[in-house]
Design a protein around this ligand. Structure first.
Ligand SMILES: [Ca+2]
Ligand SMILES: [Ca+2]
Ligand SMILES: [Ca+2]
Length: 383
């Protein structure tokens, strides 16, 4: 009997020690000279937000849709006024089932029209995150609203294109394409949580023509339309951009195929499920993207972070140079900022690391205990 008790205590001892050690974590203030240096440099190199030149707005072209001038147009008014006005006028029409079938929030509708059995809703979607400008989508039904398809247009509302819900122009033109009145706007103040950005009118009296076949086109058959690939900056003519054997439509990290390290697993636990406190270093079970997988943007030059294989999100990873080249206008994706792993002073195998989104963040202590890594949140903040 005593032998069994001794064995039980022996087996339980590491768990008890672990729990004790974790309890201590919260009471100690961990310091890192590496971290201090990193943030000192960040403050020194801080670049305040600045607007684009008007010429960059005026020279805007869309790779997928035509934009042309029209003589008889509805003048631009501030977007919020447009939207409220249109919402009121649509309310009675949308109390019927069409909107419920498409599950489009009526406050986000830019334009809705039916022709024969075809119904089309052009709408804005914030896609999981309010502190951003919305993307413009098209919901399409060819059977009187019984079934719907949803297409990403690649257009971000309001810079540089802003739509006009009060436009009298019919949504369908005589070729069966969608046509929408737009103007060119320039963002003149930064966008922050709780504060909408301000815009100024650069050019009015334009119409954008959207061909439904262009919205659906998937040149390489990888499950992402060419327009979605323009958003993720994957190759629209190569079904496996990073050559790792997983096609772009299913790949949860489609742009980067970088060798993993032990630190990659630590970063993965932050990207994927930063509430779990045990970090498994082994290669995670392969998971695949589907239509509902949330995309997040990570801009980093750190190969340990570039190589993450998330299980629940699609990470679009850019190097800093790539990002600067591609993000001329607002980049339409939620961004995750993950700090480097800062070595804790006078400790072996212990790091401080933070993860920040546009509305807050958490800092973690990550530490090796025996053969496993554990992490604990040491501070949190909201903006
Ligand atoms: Ca494709
Ligand atoms: Ca592709
Ligand atoms: Ca791939």
């Amino acid at each position: 009997m005593k032998k069994h008790l001794a064995l039980l205590l022996f087996l339980l001892a590491p768990a008890v020690l672990l729990a004790q050690e974790e309890e201590e974590w919260g009471k100690i203030e961990y310091k890192s000279k590496e971290q201090d240096e990193y943030y000192r440099e960040r403050v020194e190199n801080y670049q305040p937000w600045k607007p684009l030149d008007k010429s960059e707005i005026l020279n805007y072209t869309n790779d997928f849709f035509g934009i042309k001038e029209i003589k008889d147009f509805t003048p631009y008014q501030k977007a919020e006024e447009h939207q409220r006005f249109y919402y009121e006028s649509l309310r009675s029409r949308f109390d019927s089932c069409q909107e419920l079938a498409a599950k489009v929030d009526k406050r986000q509708v830019i334009k809705y029209e039916t022709r024969d059995s075809v119904e089309v809703i052009v709408y804005k979607s914030y896609e999981f995150f309010l502190a951003s400008e919305p993307s413009v989508y098209v919901a399409y039904s060819s059977d009187n609203g019984t079934s719907w398809s949803f297409y990403y247009t690649g257009i971000t509302y309001c810079q540089p294109l802003c739509f006009k819900p009060l436009s009298k122009l019919p949504l369908f033109n005589d070729k069966g394409q969608l046509q929408l009145e737009v103007c060119l706007l320039r963002q003149v103040s930064p966008l922050t949580l709780g504060h909408a950005a301000d815009y100024e009118l650069v050019k009015d009296g334009l119409v954008v023509t959207i061909d439904l076949s262009t919205l659906r086109k998937d040149s390489d058959g990888d499950g992402l339309t060419d327009i979605e690939e323009s958003r993720f900056k994957t190759d629209p003519s190569n079904s496996d951009t990073d050559g790792d054997g997983v096609i772009d439509g299913l790949d949860l990290n489609p742009r980067m195929s970088v060798p993993r390290s032990e630190k990659t697993a630590i970063f993965e636990s932050l990207v994927d499920d930063y509430r779990s406190d045990t970090i498994h270093i082994t290669i995670p079970e392969m998971c695949y993207a589907n239509d509902k997988t949330k995309p997040v943007l990570i801009v980093t030059d750190n190969p340990d972070l570039q190589s993450v294989l998330p299980q629940s999100k699609r990470v679009i990873v850019f190097s800093t140079v790539e990002f600067e080249k591609n993000a001329k206008f607002y980049y339409p994706m939620r961004e995750l900022h993950i700090s480097p792993l800062f070595k804790v002073d006078d400790e072996e195998d212990a790091y401080l690391v933070s993860i920040t989104t546009n509305n807050g963040g958490d800092e973690y202590l990550v530490k090796r205990i025996g053969d496993i890594w554990k992490k604990v949140c040491v501070s949190s903040w909201i903006f």
